[in-house]
Design a protein around this ligand. Structure first.
Ligand code: HSE
Length: 419
């Protein structure tokens, strides 16, 4: 049993960091183990602030505190590592840490997504860094790549599987024919799911991650509520059968793309052909597919949930602070300033029990429908706002078609004008 985790073999140019940790759940413990096993990073955990006094801990009690000021006001602590569940409390901790001259590492996607623009200004104001690689797709190093490697405005789209729990559920339901409830319980037991799992299955969690990714891809600060999110909770056995019958699988895909001088983005389940780059990404693995004007498609795949994978990303941020790394929000600084829009339409397959009312007139371009097994299907192209409306109904399941045919309505209007 050790009190202080110390790694001291790194190059002399790197600073030795003292860490104050908030939270010691799945990711906090993952970080503890990863840090313990990683030689070459000069960082010690000095204190861990936790809420629950009754919980059995794997470390001796002296390292724990229940008073946040033991960390926030300790002048020896350089870096606050925030890994708690509560986004509002987390934001207060982050603000106080920055005010007190500390850098921050966090994996709290909700807190970052809801406060990203303010966090950007706070970093400038206090001349301190907030790093959050672990907040988007767990172990996949996407944010620093977006900042550094894709240091230009040539990315045309970013899309992928941004939630481990739902990918785990869809995999188990598809491949092992488990029930949705059983598969969800598996994701919870393995520590992938949020403490409120509706954030996963209703696609809020991947939406938070997409909000963050959009800022680093296109330089646009959005509020999560501006992005439409459709979850997997209404996917029915007939949808699964439809997929199997057509050689498809279903993936929950977050995407954002540049079209017609605007940025579009949404999260929704999609029927995906077996040979699609994302089709073979299974269980808690995530994937990010970046498409650039010249580089074309590149895919990053890695574990998107779990203590060790996320702990590894958090550790990488701590290491980056030892050489004063900070996000420069380069796309924002480049000032493209493209507006975000939901004024688009995409191809969907809508299913609902026979008798429920969905009209073909609700589609922009209705392609066809059929009935079977007590269900009705309708396919066609629909506006994002309409898709959101259907999603708000309990009796309608909306899944994007394998070929999306994303259309910006501005563009179609323009084309019609010149036709
Ligand atoms: N609940 C999240 C997921 C955890 O399943 O992806 C990682 O962000």
């Amino acid at each position: 049993m050790s009190q202080v985790i110390s790694n001291t073999t790194n190059a002399a140019t790197h600073k030795h960091l003292k860490l104050g940790l908030f939270g010691f759940g799945c990711v906090g413990q993952g970080l503890y183990h990863v840090l313990n096993e990683t030689h070459g990073i000069k960082a010690d955990i000095k204190k861990i602030c936790v809420k629950n006094r009754d919980k059995q801990r794997i470390l001796e009690s002296a390292i724990f505190t229940y008073d946040k000021n033991d960390i926030l006001q300790d002048p020896e602590i350089d870096v606050v590592v925030e890994l708690i569940d509560d986004a509002k409390a987390a934001f207060e901790i982050v603000k106080a840490a920055l005010q007190n001259g500390k850098h921050v590492v966090t994996a709290n996607k909700r807190m970052i997504a809801e406060n990203l623009e303010e966090l950007y200004h706070l970093q400038l104001k206090h001349n301190r860094s907030v790093l959050y690689e672990g907040s988007v797709c767990g172990s996949i190093p996407i944010l620093r790549n977006l900042e550094e490697y894709y240091d230009n405005d040539l990315i045309t789209s970013i899309e992928g599987i941004f939630n481990g729990s739902t990918n785990y559920i869809l995999t188990k339901v598809f491949e092992e024919k488990k029930s949705y409830t059983e598969a969800l319980k598996g994701a919870q037991d393995l520590g992938f799911a949020e403490s409120d799992p509706s954030l996963d299955v209703k696609a809020f969690d991947p939406k938070f991650k997409l909000t963050i990714a959009i800022a680093h891809t296109f330089g646009v600060f959005l509020k999560p509520e501006e992005i439409i999110n459709i979850g997997i909770q209404k996917i029915s056995p007939v949808d699964l059968k439809y997929a199997r019958d057509h050689g498809l699988t279903i993936k929950l895909i977050a995407r954002a793309y540049k079209l017609n001088g605007k940025i579009f983005g949404f999260v929704a389940p999609q029927f995906v052909p077996a040979d699609h780059m994302l089709a073979s990404v299974r269980n808690e693995y995530n994937a990010v597919l970046v498409e650039g004007a010249f580089a074309e498609k590149q895919v990053f795949i890695g574990k998107g949930a779990g203590g060790y994978p996320t702990g590894s990303a958090v550790l990488s941020d701590i290491s980056a602070l030892s050489y004063d790394y900070r996000y420069e929000y380069k796309k924002f600084a480049q000032g493209d300033g493209l507006p975000f829009s939901n004024d688009a339409q995409v191809d969907v397959i809508v299913s609902f029990p026979q008798g429920a009312s969905v009209s073909s007139k609700e589609f922009e371009n209705f392609k066809g429908g059929y009935q079977g097994n007590g269900y009705q299907y309708m396919t066609g192209s629909a506006r994002l706002e309409k898709i959101k409306e259907w999603n708000d109904r309990d009796d309608v399941s909306v899944i994007l078609a394998p070929e999306l045919n994303l259309v910006s309505l501005d563009k179609s209007k323009k084309e019609l004008q010149y036709a």
